[in-house]
Ligand binder design. Sequence first.
Ligand SMILES: Nc1ncnc2c1ncn2[C@@H]1O[C@H](COP(=O)(O)OP(=O)(O)OP(=O)(O)O)[C@@H](O)[C@H]1O
Length: 411
Amino acid sequence: MAPTPCFNCKEARAVIIRPKNRHKLCRACFINIFETEVHETITGANLFFRGERVAIGASGGKDSTVLAAVLKTLNERYDYGLDLCLLSIDEGIRGYRDDSLETVKRNAVQYEMPLKILGYSELYGWTMDQVVQQVGKKGNCTYCGVFRRQALDRGAGRLGIQHVVTGHNADDVAETVMMNLLRGDLPRLSRGTSIVTASDASDIKRSKPLKYAYEKEIVLYAHHRQLDYFTTECIYSPEAFRGSARTLIKDLEKIRPSSILDIVKSGEDMAALVPTGVSGSGKQMAGAAEDESAGGCGSGNGRTSGGEMAAMEKQLTENDAAESRETEIKISNGGRAIRGPTGKAVKAQTLKHCERCNYISSQRICKACTLLDGLNRNRPKTAIEVSVGMEDEEASSTLMRQMERAQLSAT
Ligand SMILES: Nc1ncnc2c1ncn2[C@@H]1O[C@H](COP(=O)(O)OP(=O)(O)OP(=O)(O)O)[C@@H](O)[C@H]1O
């Protein structure tokens, strides 16, 4: 059978069926179309200004690696004039983040971008391994998510950078829309849909240049550009509700590929109904700093039903091998109040700074400090349990330090 020509250039052989619209494309056209679409997202939303310093939230996974590669390409091709760097948060998960950070270090060399790594242990006095030891696997994603959002802001602050971009893609956004729709939280749905989250109270703006890129296309792009990225998923379990929303999105995509973008668009339309003081999108927002969709992690874990993405990556590798042999807010419509997940009418949030750490928060004490309080209260018990069986000098001095810290936090 004669090879199918590329839908775009009509010349080269098509080797990719685009997940977004089923067009058959050659490698070069697919790469070019993918990059052009991200460029259009960037220019359409006026994401950057010339001379801007931008930190790429880099986890070493496919999304942020593709984001770094595409931004480098577009910055050169269209002369954006951006000063790009990589910012990685080390959550302290042995056997996962330590390995993925090795990938980020290689990416820093490959893309000639400076890299800053900031750890939870340095910022909070806890690694995620210690948190999980204390709280168990269930619910640990909440700690990790809250800590990471703040860590990205703090990392950017230390670098004197005011814009952090993350690799959240269309699937992530659709998932957030779905989750918040199912729990009846329109303000949060609106924040998760917004391409930019920024706050009057914070210098740090966050954005998602891959907002309209399908996860499957990100994998294809990474594969066809032979990018160096880390595939292992987080060893701790994902939040069950998020996992179910993911499965639902993936199932819908199988039946109707446009579902993902349709859900994103519907989310945007619904977001438009939410007044900015409530939604927190745009520059007037409140509370987005602490919003769960803002800083990752959706956790790659459980992202796809039945490890679909892993299977796709495996298939791609196999194909390659084969190839080588070949205030109460009313909406205008009806004047009904916007309701939050508890069914109560949502009031416009007032921005404050956390009394402990000064981070932006709609509460007196921010979420991270509240979580840390709980962890630190139980620290002496953990410190003793953790150290059972540790006999060397280093172990006992670690124990002493932990005990001292626990005592300090208890006073
Ligand atoms: N440890 C981290 N350090 C810096 N940025 C991070 C980190 N974890 C997540 N992010 C940012 O948040 C985005 C979404 O994270 P999430 O864990 O949901 O990702 P993912 O879809 O598996 O992304 P990736 O493929 O980039 O790991 C990432 O693309 C990245 O930009």
